[in-house]
Design a protein around this ligand. Structure first.
Ligand SMILES: [Ca+2]
Ligand SMILES: [Ca+2]
Length: 140
């Protein structure tokens, strides 16, 4: 884990770099798909949802009250949002389009004010930050 400062523009620029974004989505998907059937079950996707701590604040939930029960509801409703065709599993396209929409929503919420966040390795926001610094380094 590390503390990173990011703003909406960092996320948008990562999303606009389709190649970088697609590669990180594919890597993340393959990592989560522990039985390698090309689909994410609820249990497999749960690992990803749990790593997205930002949801705890995103949904305005006071995690101190009853974290497990409340978060289980949040995760279930999120899974339904990922599973666009409601067939009980999330495929790569569903994973990609929902992740993209979530990150865009996050970027819009942040606007131009940089936000400090604690990010785990492999988190998409962390990858976005690294993408931005690599780009800046390349431009210098
Ligand atoms: Ca699977
Ligand atoms: Ca599906």
């Amino acid at each position: 884990m590390s503390v990173e400062v990011l703003d909406g523009a960092t996320i948008v620029s990562f999303l606009e770099d389709k190649e970088a974004f697609n590669v990180s989505i594919q890597n993340r998907f393959a990592h989560l798909d522990s039985d390698h059937d090309g689909l994410l079950s609820y249990a497999e996707l749960l690992k990803e949802l749990q790593s997205l701590r930002v949801f705890e604040t995103h949904f305005g939930i006071d995690v101190k009250t009853d974290p497990n029960e409340l978060l289980a509801h949040v995760y279930e409703s999120l899974f339904v949002q990922f599973d666009h065709d409601s067939n009980g599993t999330v495929d790569l396209e569903e994973f990609k389009s929902k992740t993209k929409r979530m990150m865009l929503a996050m970027a819009n919420g942040m606007g131009f004010l940089p936000v400090q966040m604690v990010l785990e390795e492999d988190n998409f926001l962390k990858i976005a930050v690294e993408h931005e610094s690599a780009k800046l380094a390349g431009a210098a």
